[in-house]
Ligand binder design. Sequence first.
Ligand code: ADP
Ligand code: MG
Length: 572
Amino acid sequence: MTRIRILERSVAVRIAAGEVVERPASVVKELVENALDAGARTVTVDVEGAGLRLIRVSDDGGGIAAEDVALAFQRFATSKITRLEDLDSVRSYGFRGEALPSIAAVAHVTLTTRVPDAPVAVRAVVVGGSVQSVEPHGAPPGTTVEVRHLFHTTPARLKFLKSPAREQALIAEAVLNAALAAPHVAFRLAFDGRTPAVWPRTSLADRAAGALGARDAAEVIEVQAALPGGLARGWLQHPQYHRPSRTAQHVFVNGRPVHHATLRRAVEQGFAQLLPVGRFPAFVLFLDVDPALVDVNVHPRKLEVRFRDDGRLFGVVAGAVRRALLTSPLIRQITPGVVPAAPASAAGPLPEPAPVELSPGLPALELAAREAAGAYPRLAEPRLPTLRPVGQVLGTYIVAEGPDGLYLVDQHAAHERVLFERLRAARVRGGVASQVLAMPLPVDVTPGELSLIAGYRDQLAQLGYDVEPFGTGTALLRAVPAVAPDGRCDDLLRRAIAALAGEGTGEDPLDRLAIATACHVAIRAGDRLTHEAMATLLADLAAAEDPYTCFHGRPTIVAVPRAQLERWFLRT
Ligand code: ADP
Ligand code: MG
């Protein structure tokens, strides 16, 4: 236990002051953080009336010396730093000495505390910010803070609160964040005396998996990356469990939950094309970095941090997430009790895909360069087991047998993926093979389309198109990518031009062009396939770098494992 001191004024004024008590959840956050700073092994949170009637946080940490209890309620009284330089190495949650006085200013507070070697605890009663009494009290070592009648003297604050249900949700989120940051601590949270939520002591991996809704760490994907001056560790929920919002994204820097748009986008970038448009991945990401390299003091509530080199960080995190995803098995399994989230497009026709958001800090060229440099691994090993085609259903799905059960493959999505990867690989090697048309084909185009053709001649050529303006309303198409089947070449060119105009998935015009080409050229739903065609497609898919999804984020393949078949037929 370190003694509490009042910060020198010169230090105090340099620390960004902030309103720490905005709502009940902020009280919970501050009290739980104090418990963690005190080395608690167990933290118990009881809440009544959405936090307005009572917030009680009990811990079994180091306690406060009886002589210091009154001091703890003075502004800038802290045991955690003394000098300004300490800020650069601060590892505790608190360091401003503001929370207890700020809470006491807007509520009735009692604090009961006992340091381990004291014979008895003391209890302080604080009303209107002033300490009324400090008296001996029977209690085990540790600290319990009770906050009653929050905001009763500041009714204006009450008006800014959301519904009780929403305030409770924010409290639960605050406790979850603390639980994620401190897996070695057990937590318990109860609302209005109901059955509590409990987080037993565990490993970081299991706590993170639990927060993502998985049973344990084996059900999520781990990612690690070395950072300049630190380490990133994260757990990703499988892409099939995507969410409609970003609420299941948790980012921590040196144990503090933070909002950091670049880091979230970096992880999302790693998931690019694995999720349907408009859906978000679930993940927990922890960065441990030299405190001297981050500024935790940017925001008064310490939710925001600044890094010295955001761009580099983005690249490292996005690359590590991508690698982790591409090297783990991502086939959707049909298993009981687990229903994969349906992509937005599952019912009805595919919507026109919206552009994937790329960070402005990561130009497409840089991505391509890193890809070429092998930052995203090319996998020599096939990603799928050997699949034997059995047949085709509804003219759309290939039924196949694998070593451990039944597989269904969407023939269009699978072929799209195979073609896209081929085009991309050929492009990186220097150019896509083209086939010269027997007769140059005149295609009617608008003046806008003509200028796109002129402006993107190089890109078109790289993908195997030979096309040039021909008068004011016509383009002359001389060659198309060799993968294109005969016929419908004018449609293909129109798709390509639309992609260059910005339609479709992808930031890089070359990517968009490749995607549009692959999409147009691929086998369609309804195309009847021979046995050989199916076998070839399955083999090509198995060799793809990412065989699990098409670039619209729809699955290419689902599995029904043997165990599931046996369950269905009651063979177990
Ligand atoms: P800060 O956490 O920024 O130091 P607070 O106002 O939250 O400021 O707390 C003031 C001081 O009271 C802390 O520095 C710490 O010494 C003591 N304290 C508060 N809560 C606890 C607790 N649960 N266990 C032990 N000490 C505590
Ligand atoms: Mg504190």
